[in-house]
Design a protein around this ligand. Structure first.
Ligand SMILES: NC(=O)c1ccc[n+]([C@@H]2O[C@H](COP(=O)([O-])OP(=O)(O)OC[C@H]3O[C@@H](n4cnc5c(N)ncnc54)[C@H](OP(=O)(O)O)[C@@H]3O)[C@@H](O)[C@H]2O)c1
Ligand SMILES: [Zn+2]
Length: 334
């Protein structure tokens, strides 16, 4: 099969011919139809994720057809359309797993990091990491929902927001453009926060009621003009940008970070305590959360805006994402 590898820390993508994998016990083999390029794939490219080994095939927004099932797999059938996201499996035995908190599994696997992912014609994944794809969604449209979608949908629905609340989405990329759609479809007064006016029209088309350009205004002040945000979902992985919105929170407001940066943000207790404000983070979710995300997306006609590329053009496709040119998610189609 054809696959794209990162062969060393910081290396270029290399298109290779590899042996088609076979599913081990509890695994399924997927014939990949589409795989989104997530900003988190940069962790693979830069070798910046703990425990990563090379060569590695990235890709954790995968949709395809079950080609073969391993021993012990009963739920998934050959020919079924399925997906796999960031959460690539759990052990069922550690304390978080025994509590049913599989996303916090101490031995969690991450697809495209712990094992080869979806920048390929085929991949294997453990059965507990597999989600069923609703018929209404094409494979290319469903793929980004397996990470960008689930992460924002799950963060929003577990955040305590109520219909009519001011909810701001900072950073209108792969995650952000889906977050705008979900927030507005959940009944929130939705604010898009972006670094320029380039995405204003698209953000409004996606459901944003307000747009803040941080290039010519102070986002905290602008949010306060709207009464303050009950929730700010930070998707742009830039600590300075995240720091700049803290004072935009309303009473009981929460700054919820899904953006994955190791850079520290700055916030003082005084900025938080008077209004009972908080700062928190959110990981993606399990296969069941993916299915909830996919069903909600199908029900509300939420789709990513995508740009499609063949595997051979992975370098160009990745550049679109990493240089903030993609509108809004790049999807590889092997
Ligand atoms: N928590 C999780 O489970 C999870 C899951 C998936 C991804 N992530 C992380 O979430 C983040 C976003 O991923 P993504 O795939 O949506 O990335 P993306 O498509 O590259 O979007 C990032 C956005 O950041 C904004 N941005 C770019 N340069 C900036 C700057 N200098 N200052 C402020 N903002 C800037 C841009 O939005 P504007 O043009 O609107 O400013 C850009 O669209 C990444 O850190 C990724 O690793 C986390
Ligand atoms: Zn991702």
């Amino acid at each position: 099969m054809k696959a794209v590898q990162v062969q060393e820390k910081g290396g270029d993508f290399v298109l290779v011919d590899m042996e088609k994998p076979s599913p081990k016990k509890n695994e399924i083999l997927i014939k990949v139809e589409a795989c989104g390029i997530c900003h988190s794939d940069d962790f693979v490219k830069q070798g910046a994720f703990p425990g990563i080994e090379f060569p590695r095939v990235p890709g954790h927004e995968v949709v395809g057809i079950v080609e073969e099932v391993g021993e012990n797999v009963n739920k998934w059938k050959v020919g079924q359309r399925v997906g796999v996201g960031w959460h690539g499996g759990h052990c069922f035995e550690c304390e978080p797993c025994r509590r049913g908190d599989f996303i916090s599994c101490e031995n969690a696997k991450i697809s495209g990091i712990s094992y080869d992912g979806g920048y390929a014609e085929y991949m294997c994944a453990p059965q507990e990491a597999i989600a069923a794809i609703p018929e209404e969604l094409s494979s290319a449209d469903a793929a980004p929902l397996l990470c960008a979608g689930i992460t924002t949908f799950n963060a929003l629905r577990n955040s305590g927001i109520k219909a009519g609340d001011v909810v701001a989405v900072q950073g209108i990329g792969g995650l952000g453009h889906l977050a705008i759609q979900y927030a507005s479809k959940m009944g929130m007064r939705t604010v898009a926060i972006s670094t320029s006016d380039d995405k204003k029209k698209l953000a409004e088309e996606l459901g944003a009621h307000h747009f803040i350009n941080t290039g010519n205004s102070d986002p905290a002040e602008e949010l306060q003009k709207l009464g303050g945000a009950k929730l700010i979902l930070a998707t742009a992985p830039y600590a300075k940008a995240i720091t700049s919105v803290v004072d935009g929170l309303a009473i009981d407001g929460k700054l919820l970070m899904v953006a994955a940066t190791g850079e520290p943000i700055q916030v003082s207790p005084m900025q938080l305590l008077m209004g009972r404000k908080s700062v928190a983070g959110w990981p993606s979710g399990t296969a069941i959360d993916s299915e909830d995300t996919l069903k909600f997306s199908a029900m509300t006609a939420t789709k990513p805006m995508i740009e499609e590329y063949p595997l051979e053009e992975v370098e160009k496709a990745y550049d679109r994402m990493i240089n903030n040119k993609a509108r809004f998610r790049v999807v590889l189609k092997p």
